[in-house]
Design a protein around this ligand. Structure first.
Ligand SMILES: [Zn+2]
Length: 94
């Protein structure tokens, strides 16, 4: 079993050879499952914040339509709006 050093917490953690590339950032480094979980979780929180900000900037009608869309479609729209510079979003983390 291979081992990588987590770039977040500095712990060694085991990786199965098959999924090594999934976690490997640089040779020997990666993000351990615990840190990955926290990262994904705060990403999810940022997504929800961004969706709410976006919906609040729309008319009530359009906000209702937006919120009724599938999650993938909502986030696709947000990414497009970011790409087209219709919206800008800044993430500030410690
Ligand atoms: Zn870690």
């Amino acid at each position: 079993m291979a081992q990588l050093i987590c770039g977040c917490c500095g712990r060694y953690y085991p990786v199965k050879p098959g999924i090594k590339s999934e976690y490997d950032q640089d040779t020997g480094y990666g993000t351990c499952p615990e840190c990955k979980y926290i990262e994904d979780d705060s990403n999810e929180a940022e997504w929800i914040k961004m969706e709410n900000l976006f919906a609040n900037s729309l008319s009530l009608d359009n906000a209702t339509k937006f919120r009724a869309l599938e999650l993938e479609v909502r986030r696709g729209l947000l990414l497009e709006a970011l790409d087209d510079k219709i919206i800008t979003y800044e993430i500030n983390r410690r």
